[in-house]
Ligand binder design. Structure first.
Ligand code: NAP
Length: 231
């Protein structure tokens, strides 16, 4: 059985991707801080609790994962954003965001590439529309996501000869708990926001393409522009 490792699997986009991969017949190892075996009810789901903003914890989880020869998919989903004037963000938050959004996907790719090469697997990195544009109050988040996209595209050039694909998925605003602490949220209107399932659909479509074809960079947007300011 092929195994997918999905970070950020406890909710939102990572949970939707995990559910879809389970439906497609993969074993899924879901990673997040609060995840447990009850997070997703499926016999082929396994939970690994880890704070991926802590490099030592990421290293120890990699030691566990490195013994699994069936890993074929790595989905780097865990991440968070803060959209405030840059001088208002403290140093601890800067380090935490860079470590979670950028360092952890690089470390997980580094630790799992041998098995992914052996299985001719695929890495999905969930970046953001912010990886492609330059928005006010988004300098830190944009830097982590543009960095992750650049990492994905460069890594593909390195590993394509081994049969490994690396995909940067760049979603626009998607309804999830991502906005809980923010001053804005997604629109209520269906054509002005994305759903987590839209990202899962994209991953399914890529996985179902014929061998020998690689989508490396894909941007998903709602048909119309939408954003709600919180009262
Ligand atoms: P979400 O609902 O807030 O989910 C975030 C996930 O990341 C949760 O599973 C959370 O689990 C995990 N996580 C957070 N901090 C972590 C840590 N220190 N260590 C391990 N896991 C951690 O957000 P989402 O919308 O699904 O976002 C998922 C990814 O998509 C993020 O990388 C985000 O930047 C990206 N994205 C989101 C949007 C959007 O509009 N929602 C758009 C573009 C890109 P625990 O709390 O259990 O740790």
């Amino acid at each position: 059985m092929a195994t997918a490792v999905v970070t950020g699997a406890s909710r939102g986009i990572g949970e939707a991707i995990s559910q879809r991969l389970l439906e497609l017949g993969y074993d899924v190892i879901g990673i997040s801080r609060t995840i447990n075996e009850n997070s997703i009810h499926h016999p082929n789901f396994r939970a690994l609790s880890c704070d991926l903003s802590d490099e030592k914890m990421t290293t120890s989880i990699l030691t566990l994962l490195a013994t699994d020869p069936s890993i074929t998919i790595l989905c780097n989903v865990a991440g968070f954003g803060i959209f405030e004037p840059h001088e208002e963000i403290n140093a601890q938050t800067i380090t935490k965001m860079v470590t979670l959004n950028l360092t952890a996907p690089m470390m997980l790719s580094n630790g799992l590439l041998r098995v992914l090469k052996f299985n001719e697997g695929i890495i999905f990195n969930i970046t953001s529309i912010e990886a492609l544009r330059h928005s006010k109050f988004s300098a830190l988040y944009t830097a982590t996501k543009a960095g992750l996209r650049a990492f994905s595209l460069s890594l593909f050039e390195e590993v394509r000869k081994s049969g490994v694909n690396v995909v940067s998925i760049n979603p626009d605003m998607t309804t999830s708990s991502f906005f809980e602490e923010l001053r804005f949220e997604t629109s209520q209107e269906f054509d002005k926001r994305l759903e987590a399932e839209d990202i899962a659909d994209t991953i399914q479509n890529i996985l179902q393409m014929r061998n020998g074809v690689a989508i490396t960079d894909i941007t998903i947007r709602p048909q119309k522009f939408g954003i709600e300011k919180k009262k």
